[in-house]
Design a protein around this ligand. Structure first.
Ligand code: BGC
Length: 824
């Protein structure tokens, strides 16, 4: 048992009879020379806040009672500090969206904050260190609120009421006194210049209603009437105190949304109703506009769309009921700059109408806004089409992360569709540091879970009490598992364990450990090209049962990781029963095929390990035959495509998998890329579906191809063992590719694999993260000369632990470090 005090690494240790408690007392980040990079850095408080100490339990709403209004109140409180400030912390929980200001300046850089949750269950607050913003004497705090999802009604969401917020400021004075100030009836409220704000429809901003200094001390609230008295009907009034949304306050532990990139515009058409701008990239966010020479009251509108019609107008039918229009009413005060604050759009094109004089492309910038996760991975190869596909995947992923994984960012949805997320999450984890983002969404699963264990199709959800399609909601189990594998932290498995178990139990009971009936399915192999009923890829019972096997089998693995052997065995047995029922019902041993013999009905059982071992080779061969007969083109939808390409590659058909992935004809990713896509389409034939009403050009599911690029082409295989412990590096040297490279920043440093063909062989560079090991599989090497850093390959070389031959491959076990293999 450790002794209380500080250990050598600066951790505080307290000793108790049965457990030890650690808290971080000091943090050093040292570079290669031993310099502490963290010394002197600012540290902001976050999760250590105890919400019970938040003072008055009041929320303020500047407009009226809790009604569904397009309201965007400003709230302010001026106060005097009677001493020198040592430190100050400001905690803010705003619903739907809120920005906080202190002494005239914005605090924090997050946009569209806080993250979306089921506000009746959980509200996320942000904490800010405002020590340097306050001083002795007069000070002021301001809050600017928007509707966000709190005051929004749509297909899967019911509004709660008008926006509201709760904030607490705690000030510590130099003389040791503290003072706490909270939102309450002593705050003032007024209408902001935002006349309307809505996530789907956009904003209307009247610059004549701006209130200079509204967030600074010294405002005379009795006389402030904005820049133009006529356009500013209401002066400041006492804020109204209303009920909170009911959810528990919790610290927001994911990165806030933010502006992550900007794009210049090109004017592509001068139309009578306004210039059309092309940003060259389908993105999610908004347009910033510089306006000069406007008269007060001039109205300028910015409309958004992903595509143009044949005659060059914006094509907006597929936005459905989303207006996606921002309107700015000018103050007439010199050069004005406008950008939205409480809405976002999915667009590549914009049309500006009512602009005074000539609009110059330089007056316009598009800003990409999403959850500001760091990039984690990069992939490139010698096939330029696939580099564009990787680009499209990255932009498809980032454009669909707005504090939840969305289906699409432009039409009247933007929901956390579970099916879309389980398909694309591994691609997200390869490309972005998305673990905190996913952990947050898993807590949303907790909030959405029914007492019986199932979860709904979209999360958060307010519209349905029904269980999801069981092939969609496997996020409940698969996303914790993917996070663990990509990050190595068992914490998420522990946190989610009982929720996962209840989920698996619910569906096992529904299936009686056997086939899960078709009636539970809703979407199946959605948007497939064969064996469909409308948009649904059939048969439901086959997919329902296959994915039930996957979650049961995965839960058994999770139990084993957590050392719960009894559960591991129990769920392994139950998974086996499901597998047996599956094979009994769907496998035709004569034909060596499952169900209707479609690409998906072959691929899903192979991918999930449902094919009896002795049949695997024959079934994989039948799948390959089927794909060849289909001209090397996929016929699969949401559920089958990921299994298809990985299964082909894993069973000896990597060249065929590559043919499918790099297929230039419809359907496929390269087809999309060559036909103008800069993100991923919802449908393989989205180009023919423009105007059909269900057609998004920025949809998350098919971004999963990026996982294939990292895993199969670069060969970075993150298996059941987490990346922090062991990885396999096994690139597929497919016909038609000269080189490929992938790099992933793991919690233990970089993991890299880069190969390139040479005269008569190839070179492979591998970097294995610290404290980890790797199995490197060198293909086409058994009869070749193999060296590492110029020396003959042998277990005596530093870092190399063993060398074996398997078929035509040489298999090398290595420790962490950098390796240069040459195969000639
Ligand atoms: C969404 C999908 C989703 C589906 C369910 C659509 O409207 O955009 O991506 O998974 O509904 O079938």
């Amino acid at each position: 048992m450790a002794t209380p005090g500080l250990d050598g690494a600066g951790r505080r240790i307290e000793s108790h009879d049965e457990w030890a408690c650690f808290a971080l007392a000091a943090l050093a980040v040292r570079d290669g020379d031993g310099t502490d990079l963290a010394a002197g850095s600012d540290v902001a408080a976050s999760s250590t806040v105890e919400t019970d100490t938040w003072g008055r339990d009041h929320l303020v709403n500047g407009v009226a009672e809790s009604e569904m209004a397009s309201s965007s109140p400003l709230l302010r409180r001026e106060f005097t500090l009677d001493g020198s400030v040592e430190s100050a912390r400001l905690h803010v929980a705003a619903v739907g969206y809120g920005e906080v200001y202190c002494n005239g300046e914005r605090v924090g850089s997050g946009r569209l904050d806080p993250a979306w949750t089921d506000y009746e269950r959980r509200v996320l607050y942000a904490s800010h260190d405002v020590s340097d913003r306050l001083s002795e004497g007069e000070n002021a705090l301001g809050l600017w609120l928007g509707r966000g999802w709190f005051a929004k009604r749509s297909a899967h969401w019911l509004a709660d009421g008008s926006p509201r917020a709760r904030a607490t400021l705690t000030v510590e004075f130099a003389d040791g006194r503290t003072r706490t100030l909270s939102t309450g009836p002593d705050w003032l409220a007024a209408e902001s210049p935002l006349v309307e704000n809505d996530i789907y429809d956009g904003e209307a901003y009247d610059a004549r209603r701006e209130r200079d200094g509204w967030h600074a001390p010294g405002l005379d609230a009795d006389t402030d009437a904005g820049a133009d008295g006529d356009a500013t009907p209401d002066a400041w009034d006492a804020a109204a105190v209303v009920d909170g949304p009911g959810g528990t306050l919790e610290p927001q532990r994911i990165e806030p949304m933010g502006v992550v990139d900007t794009f210049d515009a090109e004017v592509v058409a001068e139309r009578e109703d306004g210039q059309i701008l092309d940003f060259g990239q389908n993105l999610t966010g908004w347009v910033e506009l510089a306006i000069e020479g406007a008269e007060a009251g001039d109205e300028i509108t910015i409309r958004h769309a992903e595509a143009l019609t044949e005659d060059g107008a914006l094509s907006t039918t597929d936005l459905r009921s989303a207006d996606a229009t921002d309107t700015y009413v000018a103050s007439g005060d010199g050069v004005e700059t406008y950008e939205p604050r409480f809405t976002y759009h999915g667009f590549r094109y914009a049309q500006v109408s009512g602009y005074p004089g000539e609009l110059d492309a330089d007056d316009v910038t598009a800003k990409a806004v999403h959850t500001a996760m760091d990039r984690r991975g990069e992939f490139a190869c010698s096939n330029e089409d696939l580099n564009q596909v990787q680009h499209n995947a990255v932009w498809g992923l980032r454009g669909n992360t707005h504090s939840i994984p969305e289906d699409c960012p432009q039409r009247d949805e933007r929901f956390g569709w579970t099916g879309d997320a389980h398909i694309s999450t591994r691609a997200l984890l390869f490309n972005f540091d998305a673990v905190r983002f996913d952990e947050k969404w898993l807590r949303d699963h907790d909030d959405a879970a029914s007492a019986m264990g199932y979860v709904p199709d979209v999360i958060p959800d307010k519209s349905s009490e029904d269980p999801a399609d069981p092939t969609w909601s496997i996020t409940r189990v698969m996303i914790p598992w993917y996070c663990y594998r990509h990050d190595g932290d068992v914490g998420i498995l522990r946190e989610q364990y009982e929720g996962m178990r209840a989920y698996v139990d619910y569906w096992l009971d529904a299936a009686g450990d056997g086939v899960l009936a078709g009636e539970y399915g809703k979407y199946g192999d959605w948007l497939a090209f064969e064996n469909t009923d409308g948009r649904r890829g059939l048969p439901h019972d086959l997919y329902n049962t296959a994915f039930l096997y996957q979650v049961t089998d995965t839960f058994a693995k999770i139990a084993a990781v957590l050392g719960n052997e009894a559960d591991a065995e129990r769920y392994r047995d139950r998974a086996e029963s499901v597998a047996e029922s599956f094979v009994d019902r769907f496998f035709d041993p004569e034909a060596g095929e499952f169900g209707p013999g479609t690409q998906s009905s072959f691929s899903v059982p192979l991918f999930l390990g449902l094919v009896p071992e002795e049949e695997v080779e024959a079934v994989a061969e039948n799948l390959a035959e089927k794909v060849r007969a289909d001209g090397g083109k996929l016929r699969t939808g949401f559920l089958g495509t990921r299994p298809l390409i990985h299964t082909l590659a894993d069973h000896g058909y990597a060249d065929l998998a590559y043919e499918v992935v790099s297929q230039p004809e419809q359907p496929g990713w390269v087809y999309m890329a060559r036909n103008g896509a800069t993100t991923m389409w919802e449908r393989w034939n989205s180009d023919e579906s423009v105007g059909s009403g269900m057609n998004s050009l920025n949809h998350s599911p098919f971004t999963h191809v990026s996982e294939f690029l990292y895993e199969v082409l670069a060969g970075i295989r993150i298996g059941d063992c987490p990346v922090t412990e062991h990885v396999t590096v096994a690139p597929a040297l497919v016909d038609g590719l000269d080189w490929a490279e992938g790099r992933v920043e793991t919690p233990n440093g970089p993991l890299e694999s880069a190969w390139e063909r040479t005269d008569g062989g190839y070179d492979l560079s591998v970097t294995v993260p610290w404290n980890g090991t790797a199995t490197v599989r060198l293909p086409e090497a058994a009869d070749a000369e193999v060296t590492e850093s110029g020396a003959e390959l042998s277990a005596d070389v530093s870092g190399i632990r063993s060398v074996d031959r398997e078929g035509d491959s040489v298999v090398v076990e290595v420790g962490s470090g950098e390796y240069e293999f040459r195969v000639v």
